[in-house]
Design a protein. Sequence first.
Lengths: 447, 326
Amino acid sequence: MAKLTGIEIYKHLPKTNCGDCNFPTCMAFAMQVAAKKVGLEQCPHVSAEAKAALSEAQAPPMRTVTIGAGDRALKLGGETVLFRHEEKFHHPTVIAVRVRDDLSESELVQRIEKINQLQFVRVGQLIGVNAIALEQAAQDASRFAQAVKLAAEKSPLALILSSADPQALTEALKICAERRPLLCAATKENLKEFATLAKEFKCPLAVHAATLEELAELTQQIRSLGVEDLVLHPEITGLADGLAKLTQLRRLALEKNFRAVGYPVMVSVTGSDPFLETAYVATFVCKYASLVVMDGAERSQLLPILTARQNIFTDPQVPNAVEAKLYKVGEPTPQSPVLVTTNFALTYFTVEGEVENSRVPSYIAVVDTGGLGVLNAYADDKLTAEAIVKAVKSYGVMEQVAHKKLVIPGLVAVLKGEIEDLGGWEVLVGPEEAAGIPAYLKNEWKT
Amino acid sequence: MPVAIPDVKKTWPNAINVVTLGATKEEGGTRTVKVTVGGATALPFHHFEDKMPYPPAIAMEVWDVAPQDWPDALAEHFQDVWHDPGLWAKKCVEQYGADLICLRLAGCDPVRQNRGPHEAAQAVKRVLESVGVPLIVWGTGNDDKDNEIFPAVAEAASGENCLLGTITEDNYKTLVALCTAYKHKVIAESPCDVNIAKQVNILATDMGFKPEDIVIYPTSAALGYGLEYVYSVMERARLAALRGDKMLSQPMICDIGIEVWGVKEAKASERELPEWGAQKERGPLWEATTAYVYLLAGADILILRHPKAVASVREVIKQLMGDGLT
């Protein structure tokens, strides 16, 4: 949120010191508004022009634009920092996969369904492709509309309509406008027609230009036509050029409060080589795209891309921890193993995933290590024999099993003796890496 | 009406140190090429702002003993040569275009073969006589063992201007002294913590070691396994360096292959996890993607394993340096 000083606000007040706002002077009131203690509306005499000017100045430096509708609505933009460690990145880059309308109907259906399946669960979160970008490749407007119709029917994902033909877009919008698709893209040649469409169908509009100057010029013109929900679509000629343009756009919006580019940014990449395409997508996930459109739809390619996005958009201010308690995987019985791990989310979910893979119903006793992984927690004296024994005792889990065996992480094998002395159980040393758990539980674990 | 765009370029008061590895015959070594990294006066690949005179370099990982636990996806490329670190290094340089070789003395690790200083030095010599590129030698991570083998290693590579590592907050004196005596550069390791990264550098320089002879290893994490922590630590270190912190102005090295090829997303076969797609692509792509992300945070040297990851990261560096078009 751009901050206004008391003086800047004072300039827009009536300067009568009438006291109707319950503050003795206009200046005192302005200071309170600047500190966000009271709202501007508490002054009954402030003019409409002043209100407009101040709300404009107080608007966030980058607009948040919604594409898609209902529970599938996606927020783009609204970012507040250049580097994630300064606060956090707010809205994960929307990953859209391109579908061209020059495919046969069965190919279209096949591709749309393949894209729908690009969803994975990682560390307890569902991560997936968010949108389908329909691209007009054929000349025929009805063909584009047909592809859009299929996508709208077959996919719950958000839609991006990519065409240079206003007629084709109109046909498509008649089918799916209530899904709030992103129209892609207004250029200096078609600006008026595209703005009219965006307004008529109440859809967000991407704006494409070769240079940042041209982009700024176009957004101003489009805003003057009454369209506010814009997504910047700069032309990029390579990785270096894209990084330069997106960095400058982010800095212009946040550091210069330059309104003409205060919008989320999208990048469109094409990929014959999945490695290079992944490099483009990963680069623009890290460096400032709110939406990336790509060609690749292979699971082996989307998993690393979506994981990179999940990592980069993790809130660095929130300790990545799960609740320290007793977890059950499957339906454990008195013969089931009891495994100890830490409450670092990544550690816990990795262990949980591997226990699930083993198909051996188990108890997982999670020790509160303040969100540290096994080695760090051990080094920091958070994963000690005392802490493990205390946690396991408080969960009462050893009373729920018929054996007296506790499996500890292989990395803290040194704690075995001490835990045995303190807890009175038999301590088994599990694998060092979570990946070894299935083999361990299947081959080595015995009650 | 053209719109005037405000200038957003920043001027940074400090540059990243320039570090050159390898020494030619004239310089008292036997290297046929040298590798220089660092020197940037702007954030990574921000060419619109200022210079990045040297591209990041790729080191390929070679072991002193044949690995037992490398998955088939890796083994198929190296098992014909990995009985001999010299042949292995040669393949990496000649066939896959490695800029550097990182010899990891895994066989000296007490949990593996617990090899001694003599065998470690033999492996170093074997690699040096087999390839002309500069050498990185990475120890076992076991403090006592490293202090036992590095005297022989540093001597065997005397005059070659290698990069040896790692030193840590708790174990730096032996290796720093050796690098001073035999004119090598050192890798300073810290556990994903900017303050400790700085502290290790201060400890080494307090011994009279030149800050320009240090490369920072901020630890590495595989994609999906804490990558974001390392990414932000690297960004913070690089920003601090450009703003003037001399004790963080060193180039950074990322040890990627060893991290990535330990995680399931790279290792697991399709038979195990069909929903994750083809392993042939997934494994090297997991490694390459980890590298793509660290490049943006300021990686100057990347240690990689899979030839496909190496080829792609090389191409991506070229494009990030501005030499390529889509």
